[in-house]
Design a protein around this ligand. Structure first.
Ligand SMILES: C[S@@+](CC[C@H](N)C(=O)[O-])C[C@H]1O[C@@H](n2cnc3c(N)ncnc32)[C@H](O)[C@@H]1O
Length: 289
């Protein structure tokens, strides 16, 4: 999983937002869709923990933020039943088109930026997200907008990755390949991206400034399945993520050496259940009031 890595240039929020929209409507969206079966296998267990924490009840109204292909929206829709409703919102038209194929009677999918979408005010019981909230150009504006959509009794539940250094499943292959590739952009601490919620204090600050109360932020640590074999993982690096983007700008022999370095790194982590490296997330819960 990866968002477009922004450079720490202090770019205006509007520019960062446009870049995220372009990424998720371009290579990010098509890459996510193409790799979704593998991605789902990697993150389903973490998503299930968030869905269990959300514990939707019949008749509730929920928003699934950054819903992607709508997998979690479908689970929430099942939970709220036909007397409830789920709104899946995502900035990527590609992914919303895929989500609509679920054809759910009690869910609607819209293309929109969570920071600006005109949600009905004080109408929802739950704002939920599986890894869909780390790409906001203006996180406080986005969470304020989501907070406005919640009833006073409403709740927020999401999972987000912790820091890059705590998530070697994503970063170790990039580090192993880096000596052979053109320099990769490094996001600044406040830039949107996969690890932008790694700092617990930042998450707390964003949520408090957005109006949320009673924050509960729990670490989840678990090995992340990366593929059935090292060869398969190495092949997949060409299709999606930071390495795929770096390979696109590198000479074929450099790509070959980079892949060899990734294979060497991963070899000790292959077992009968596939290749795993450690992963680390926050399970975040908060109340609207
Ligand atoms: C890592 S994917 C997660 C997708 C989905 N939640 C899942 O678990 O399968 C992040 C998603 O957030 C969406 N996204 C990024 N920025 C957004 C924004 N400002 N508003 C709504 N969705 C956004 C992306 O288009 C992408 O679908």
């Amino acid at each position: 999983m990866s968002g477009r890595p922004a450079e720490p240039t202090g770019k205006p929020a509007a520019e960062l937002a446009a870049e995220q929209a372009a990424f998720w409507n371009g290579p990010g969206g098509t890459g996510w869709l193409a790799a979704y079966e593998r991605i789902q296998r990697s993150i389903a267990g973490i998503g299930d923990l968030a869905l269990a924490a959300a514990a939707v009840r019949h008749g509730e109204h929920a928003i699934d933020v950054g819903c992607g292909t709508g997998g979690t929206t479908a689970v929430l829709a099942h939970g709220v039943g036909l007397s409830g409703h789920v709104l899946g919102v995502d900035i990527s038209e590609t992914l919303v088109d895929a989500a609509r194929t679920h054809r759910l009677d009690n869910a609607t999918f819209v293309v929109g930026d969570a920071a600006r979408h005109p949600f009905r005010e004080a109408a929802y019981d739950l704002v939920f997200s599986r890894f869909g909230v780390m790409f906001f150009a203006e996180p406080v504006a986005a969470f304020r907008n989501l907070h406005r959509a919640l009833k006073p009794t409403g709740r927020l539940v999401f999972v987000a990755w912790r820091s890059a250094s705590e998530n070697p499943w994503s970063t170790a292959p990039v580090r192993a390949a880096a000596p052979f590739l053109p320099p990769l952009p490094r996001p600044g601490p406040e830039d949107p991206g996969q690890f932008s919620f790694g700092d617990r204090a930042r998450v707390e600050r964003i949520l408090r400034e957005s109006g949320f109360h009673h924050l509960r932020i729990e670490p989840i640590d678990r090995p992340i399945w990366m593929g059935d074999s090292v060869a398969e993982v190495v092949a997949s690096t060409e299709r999606f993520g930071a390495l795929a983007r770096a390979f696109a700008g590198a000479a074929p022999d450099a790509v070959a050496r980079a892949k060899q370095a990734v294979a060497t790194l991963l070899a000790p982590h292959e077992g009968p259940e596939g290749v795993h490296l450690p992963g680390a997330c926050w399970l975040v819960e908060a109340n609207a009031a």
